[in-house]
Design a protein around this ligand. Structure first.
Ligand code: CMC
Length: 423
């Protein structure tokens, strides 16, 4: 049997055979038979936007791999910076490469004083930290105008390093500003995760020492969130990048997409849902109300995974390790009961709705003291590596500017109506 599809235009009787390559068919080939007819695919649920060799997901089997490595193995053995290197370069670093890479990141953690004193200070005291982060990332492009030279590989590398190194500094600065606390400068003797926690929580002590379990938990959560192929924010990064915008502007756009509650804000929604449920006795009633169409079970279901999200399994394990240090988040019991009830219920089983990465991550962040507003920010820090890997891959592939078509459903031509004659 041929690995191809044949389409026939019934208006003309003409046919064209299009080969199936890497699980897809070329729309360009297809269009040769059907010029002027567009593929209607709102939400891109049937469209492969690009070829990519970065991340592989098999949603039915619950598989996630970065550059071929199973997420479970990376979460167990790797650090976020190693994974960022892997995503960007295609291979895990050798000891010497990792040392150089970590050194480069360390050298770029500081932000310009104007950024902190003038730009950040201009935000209102109750500004949302994600809104601040989006603006801060965009503002970086004005501090590094050479970033426009996106085809100068040395320049590109420097800006990639800057973005990965500075995002935690900007994120923590946004939090400190909303909490009315003084800015904490990066401590470059610390690891990536420890430094972030220091910038978040340091008070008067000469050096903030993060609990190793908590620093490792943050690092593993960063590994799990580093990439997820063509999600909404990564697609935004590619679309904006295809116009040859500088990487800071493109990353700001991607972060803006992540800000949306359907994307990076779901872990916050889980927390609010668990709080509203209040106790395990209320779980059956809550599940019933979801089945009757009153809202959704937050942290359940995924466009791609029709099985247990492999990240959710790892996050659940980390939750127990974190609670050993912080004390148990009282919402955990409700979450466990909810998961048990949903996984045994025909409604969720038949729709293949399983816990996703957001179901347990919010519980960990809350137990570690992060305010709920910071949850999407915690997602944005590691996803920067994924965005940049896709951006560089898109540039290397010499991708055309993203410019889809539409099916026009508006009015046909009509004559202009003077203002006094309008009804
Ligand atoms: N609770 C109850 N019912 C659900 C849920 C849910 N969480 N998710 C989907 N369904 C039902 C939905 O009502 C529909 O039922 P029916 O066929 O009877 O109309 C069916 O399942 C298919 O849902 P869909 O909306 O067509 O699925 P989708 O692929 O468009 O949506 C989703 C995926 C993640 C937006 C959705 O599952 C959802 O809203 N989940 C809750 C929010 C959430 O946890 N989001 C985090 C996603 S993971 C992080 C990330 O990648 O950004």
């Amino acid at each position: 049997m041929a690995d191809s599809v044949t389409i026939t235009d019934n208006r003309t009787g003409q046919s064209i055979e299009v080969p199936i390559t890497d699980g897809g068919v070329s729309a360009t080939e297809w269009s040769k038979l059907l010029p002027g007819l567009w593929f209607y695919d709102p939400g891109f649920s049937s469209t492969a936007e690009c070829e990519s060799s970065i991340t592989y997901i098999d949603g039915d089997a619950g598989i996630l791999r970065y550059r071929g490595y199973p997420i479970e193995q990376l979460a167990e053995h790797s650090t976020y910076l190693e994974v960022a290197y892997l995503l960007l370069n295609g291979e895990l670093p050798t000891t010497a490469e990792l040392e150089t890479w970590e050194g480069e990141i360390r050298r770029h953690t500081f932000i310009h004083e104007n950024m902190r004193k003038r730009f950040l200070d201009g935000f209102h005291y109750d500004a949302h930290p994600m809104g601040m982060l989006v603006s801060e990332i965009a503002a970086l492009s004005t501090f590094y105008p050479a970033a426009k030279r996106i085809f100068d590989l040395g320049q590109r590398h420097e800006d990639i390093v800057r973005l990965i190194a500075k995002t935690p500094t900007l994120a923590a600065a946004a939090h400190r500003h909303s909490a009315g606390m003084p800015f904490v400068y990066p401590d470059n003797a610390l690891s990536f995760a420890e430094n972030f926690l220091s910038m978040m929580w340091k008070m008067a002590e000469p050096r903030y020492e993060a609990h190793p379990t908590l620093a490792r938990a943050i690092d593993v959560l960063f590994v799990l969130h580093a990439d997820h192929e063509q999600n909404c924010s990564t697609t935004t990064m590619r679309v904006v990048g295809s116009a040859h915008a500088d990487p800071f502007s493109a990353c700001a756009a991607a972060a803006a997409a992540l800000y949306g509650p359907r994307h990076g804000g779901a872990n916050e929604a889980v927390l609010r849902m668990l709080t509203a449920i209040g106790s395990i006795e209320n779980v059956p009633d809550f599940v019933r109300s979801v089945k009757e169409g009153h809202g959704r079970l937050q942290g359940f279901g995924h466009r791609v995974y029709k099985n247990y999200d492999p990240r959710a399994k790892i996050v659940r394990e980390i939750a127990y390790q974190v609670f050993e240090v912080t004390g148990k988040n009282p919402l955990l019991d409700i979450a466990l009961k909810l998961e048990e009830a949903a996984l045994a219920d025909e409604y969720f089983v038949s729709r293949k709705l399983y816990p996703n990465v957001d179901f347990y991550s919010g519980l960990i962040y809350q137990a570690m003291g992060f305010p709920v507003d910071m949850f999407p920010v915690l997602f944005a820090i590691p996803r920067t590596a994924g965005w940049l890997a896709h951006w560089a891959e898109m540039l290397d592939a010499n991708t055309k500017i993203a410019r889809p078509r539409q099916l026009y459903t508006g009015s046909p031509e009509r004559p202009y109506v003077a203002i006094g004659e309008r009804t």
